[in-house]
Design a protein around this ligand. Structure first.
Ligand code: ATP
Ligand code: MG
Length: 397
């Protein structure tokens, strides 16, 4: 009975006036990328009529997976799974009623709302049907009344049974609206380079920036043999999870061992972390230029650790040639953890592998490093040579 169709609605990109077609083409590209990745090319069809998108002709067994995937595509505001039937107006909308019956019964069985109210909303673009929309709605409401205990209330309703009769004579019938990720389509806000550690914060930072349309390339600093192959694989898995939101995110791995050893050997222990982070910024800035990234993104949060004080961040920032975005700067750890759980990165993030930052951790890191002292301490190092050597051995995952 009827064919199942996923209707997609987009939100904020409506506001963008002249840019609208650009935003839409990005959104469509991202939707197709996600579904191609999940199902394979040609395993569904994507349709667009005016301001409406729909996904059709998919394997219905995989519908829940498809819906889950689509809820993660930024730019989609909400979706509904509808059943598409002929409007069948000559037979008093018999086909639509046949769809409404199980929809209504399902909601009745869920029984989540006591004394539930409903309305039927009809949109009638097919002008061959002479009956006005409100009369069609009244006719269809009879079906809901027949199979449920719900009462009609046009203004204050718990359920809205929507019937969208298109120009083609097809009717799309649905009752549930599933909220999606919102935000802007990835790619509309330029490209940034994400510092991706194995921790909880940086995957969440990726999610936050992608939500505002930033395309990301990731860079990870590894210090083998102090950090293991398993630690690297963990970062790769985090990347794979977060890609449901960011779309494809290239991952670069920079060998950091020699730099850490050099700092450890030649610089005061209290500046270890600051100097290390300054190297990360230098290398990231160079790599960003080669990838046309225009900003750096980190998971830093004010006051979380010694390296995340205003003074520490000022000191590292002076080595970055690009603006640094820190979307979690004012988040409590709990708030970040909640998002990590929601986006599915949390369980992987808490797996206990060493990070390069923890390997050479000094007992008493400088909490408020003085810039001139740090710069002076760095003079013991051949900065350019160390950066160049690391750049030469970068690996792409
Ligand atoms: P996270 O949970 O993201 O690892 P954290 O609480 O461990 O953060 P730090 O280790 O101080 O905090 O790192 C702060 C930020 O610096 C991280 O969010 C990440 O953006 C970046 N960073 C830290 N270590 C690495 C690394 N090994 N490779 C790439 N980026 C890193
Ligand atoms: Mg970390």
């Amino acid at each position: 009975m009827g064919k199942r169709v996923i209707i997609l609605r987009y939100g904020e990109i409506f506001l963008k006036g002249k840019n609208r077609s650009y935003f839409e083409s990005l959104l469509i590209k991202n939707i197709k990328y996600s579904l191609d990745k999940l199902l394979g090319e040609g395993k569904y069809s994507f349709n667009r009529s005016q301001a409406r998108y729909s996904v059709e002709d998919y394997d219905e067994i995989r519908e829940a997976e498809i819906v889950d995937r689509l809820t993660k595509v930024f730019g989609i505001h909400s979706l509904s799974v509808a059943v598409k039937v002929p409007s069948d107006s000559e037979h008093n909308f018999a086909a639509i009623k046949e769809v409404l019956k199980p929809l209504a019964e399902e909601l009745e069985e869920e029984n989540v709302i006591k004394n539930a109210t409903f309305r039927v909303t009809v949109k009638r673009a097919d002008k061959r049907i002479s009956m006005p929309s409100y009369e069609i709605a009244a006719e269809l409401a009879g079906t809901v009344l027949k199979y449920t205990s719900f009462k009609v209330n046009l203004k204050k309703f718990d359920y809205d049974f929507e019937v969208d009769i298109r120009e083609t004579g097809d009717a799309y019938v649905f009752s549930k609206v599933i909220p999606c990720a919102g935000g802007l389509p990835v790619g509309c806000s330029s490209k940034g380079m994400l510092l991706l550690s194995g921790g909880i914060d940086s995957p969440v930072a990726a999610y936050m920036m992608a939500k505002r349309g930033m395309k990301l390339v990731a860079v990870h600093f590894a210090s083998p043999p102090y950090t293991s192959e398993l630690a690297k694989q963990k970062v790769k898995r985090l990347r794979d999870i977060v890609e449901a939101y960011t779309t494809h995110m290239k991952l670069y791995v920079v060998p950091f061992t020699n730099i850490q050893l050099a700092i450890h050997e030649h610089c005061p222990a209290e500046y270890m972390i600051t100097i290390m982070r300054r190297f990360m910024m230098r290398i990231t800035t160079k790599l960003a230029a080669s990838q046309e990234c225009k900003a750096i993104v980190t998971g830093e949060s004010l006051g979380q650790v010694a390296s995340q004080t205003v003074e520490s961040m000022t000191s590292t920032e002076s080595c970055a040639g690009l603006p640094i975005f820190r979307p979690l700067i004012a988040f409590d750890k709990e708030e970040t953890m909640d998002i990590a759980k929601k986006i599915g990165t949390y369980d992987t993030s808490i797996e206990p592998y060493e990070d390069c930052c923890t390997v050479f951790l000094p007992k008493n890191p400088a909490i408020k490093p003085r810039m001139e002292r740090v710069a002076q301490a760095e003079q013991a190092l051949d900065i350019d040579a160390l950066v160049e050597e690391a750049m030469k051995n970068i690996e792409v995952l």
